[in-house]
Design a protein around this ligand. Structure first.
Ligand code: AMP
Ligand code: MN
Ligand code: MN
Ligand code: MN
Length: 279
């Protein structure tokens, strides 16, 4: 029997949203890191997919079409990764177009709120920095850092951009139900991104995962770039309890964050269905 060592990374970002590498550079780095199957999952956009797919093919890597959709359920926002989607599907494309419009409106509102905090110039700076890509709070955090308004990106969120902070703009993203439907109708599978990042109580988690499954969700990220063993065990338990397949993804954004690397993920426990079995 021949042993194959596959390395999956099914969650990362490029310059099409808030990553710092172009899709081509990202794929080259993934290859260097030993990734054999990659999904690029930019926020609310498919703009980087063709370039990444092309680069992956020339590097003899398997590429899975992907996206990370901003959603809302019971007034709380959740990120849902869509994997193995048809890029041409019209319902998915018109859905994310609305999210992109919401993001464009939000950029102006965030910039205004920063001006009220005596921080000028953010609008022009983030538009310039994104070069036509989707604008996210990460771009504002980069600007605050560059202007020495904060000393870390984390501080940009805890002082200005995070929920309840002076430059936070509440946004009604896609309904969870709609986002799952777009992904499923586009032939893909919907996966809960970084489930422990929402700081949910156990009862919220239970209600959320029941709803997610009921609405047609298929998987949950069991291993992320930040996971420790205890966290993997906790999410594994959720996957088993709610009948969800397990996904793995670093959520890599930039080589400047030395704590997260493409393909650098703890192993997925053996006793769970991996999400790629559903592709
Ligand atoms: P948005 O979708 O525009 O609200 O931006 C969300 C993005 O901001 C996430 O995908 C992360 O990349 C980044 N982000 C959110 N919270 C933090 C944080 N506390 N520290 C660093 N980056 C963050
Ligand atoms: Mn991001
Ligand atoms: Mn996310
Ligand atoms: Mn992400």
């Amino acid at each position: 029997m021949t042993e194959t060592t596959e390395t999956y990374d099914l969650h990362c970002h490029s310059t099409a949203s808030d990553g710092s590498l172009t899709p081509t550079e990202l794929v080259a780095r993934a290859k260097e890191m030993g990734v054999t199957t990659l999904a690029l999952t930019d926020h609310d956009t498919l703009a980087g997919q063709q370039e990444a797919k092309h680069a992956a093919l020339s590097n003899a890597m398997t590429f899975i079409n992907g996206i990370e959709v901003s959603t809302v359920w019971e007034n709380k926002s959740f990120h849902i990764v869509g994997l193995n989607i048809n890029l041409e599907h019209s319902e998915l494309n018109s859905g994310i177009k609305k999210l992109q419009a919401l993001r464009e409106q939000r950029v102006k509102k965030i910039a205004l709120k920063l001006e009220q905090q005596s921080i000028a110039g953010s609008y022009d700076a983030v538009i310039k920095a994104t070069k036509g890509g989707v604008v996210t709070r990460t771009h504002f955090a980069d600007y605050l850092l560059a202007q020495n308004q904060v000393s870390t990106k984390q501080e940009a969120f805890s002082r200005y951009l995070g929920q309840g902070k002076p430059a936070f703009v509440a946004t009604i993203w896609a309904d969870l139900c709609d986002a799952i439907a777009w992904i499923n109708h586009a032939g893909g599978v919907a996966v809960v991104a970084h489930p422990l990042q929402y700081k949910m109580t156990e009862s919220w988690m239970r209600r959320f995962l029941l709803a997610f499954k009921e609405l047609g969700g298929s998987g949950i990220e069991v291993v992320t770039g930040r996971s420790h063993n205890a966290e993997i065990n906790r999410t594994l338990h959720y996957a088993e309890k709610y009948g969800l397949a397990a996904s793995v993804g670093s959520d890599f954004h930039t080589p400047n964050d030395s704590s997260i690397e493409l393909g650098r993920l703890l192993p997925l426990p053996k006793n769970i269905t991996p999400i790629w079995e559903l592709f």
